[in-house]
Design a protein around this ligand. Sequence first.
Ligand SMILES: [Zn+2]
Length: 335
Amino acid sequence: MTYKEINEKRNLEVQRFVNKLTRKVYEKFVNKRPCPVCESENNKAAFTKEGFDHVICLNCKMFFTPNFFKKTVLNDFYNGEYYNKTWQFKSKYDISLKFKRKYFTKIAKLIEKYKKPGSVLDIGCGTGDFLNVMKKRGWDTFGTELNSYARDFVKKKYNINTNNLDLEKFEPEKYDLISMSQLIEHIPNPKKLLLQAHRVLKNKGILFLAFPNRFGISIIIKGKNAGRFKGGEHINFFSKETITKLLNETGFKVKHTSSVKIDLYGLLRHLFKNIKKENNLKEITSQNKISIVEKKSVLKKIPGLLFYEILTPLCSKLVGIFGCGEDLIVIAEKK
Ligand SMILES: [Zn+2]
């Protein structure tokens, strides 16, 4: 199964939640919430995607969806065929693993500026690649993950223990570090999550967050069409300002923020798409049949090594300087 096919599967799975007439998610699947940062009900509509309204809080400028999937629906979804296939796909391809390891090592070094190796809890650990990097650097590792395929994989491949429990079930003041990569954008009540992380961290413990940047380059260029907007899956879009506000209110002091990564391939594809449509389709008639041949795209001619090892890191540095990397990275200390 290719990534494209997995995405098609996701689209099919998502459609069953949306009323085709109103193009909004059926109310039976969702609950409502005020702004997850300041709790204001006062907001301005931006757009609707996959049945979910996306709004901007008029009080604190937080970008979010007021509707969110009920827990039972989400549990089904995260353990459904789409997520299982996604984790199978991600665990199979070592090319991305090589890049992931490089990236996680960078993150580990950054974290260790603020905390020497101790105990780490990775919430939503996926296939455990971050924990494995930390384990090799001398950290005592534990993870939580909702998807059972991913949990089995982590145990088998890295011999790292996990469970699927909520943070509320953990003992207080247990960990030196709590990490949450690509997690907080999924959470209906991020304030509650951060308060729980605060409780489970030891005194002066460190919280590491990585999540889609509200002002990431893909969102700036593609707007509503950015892959980061995923209906009921991604429901919080924090900026440096809104996450800092929420962390201050939940007992943390922000020590570091930066923006990283660029989806260069996706962006170039988006920018080239219109040009390609004009020039790249050639009609061939043979025996009354018309077949359309697509010329090799410009992107495919760029060698992978040059593209991923040189061009992408270079552009990633550049967008980082301007604060519009795809992901925001935050390190905060328990006050
Ligand atoms: Zn707000």
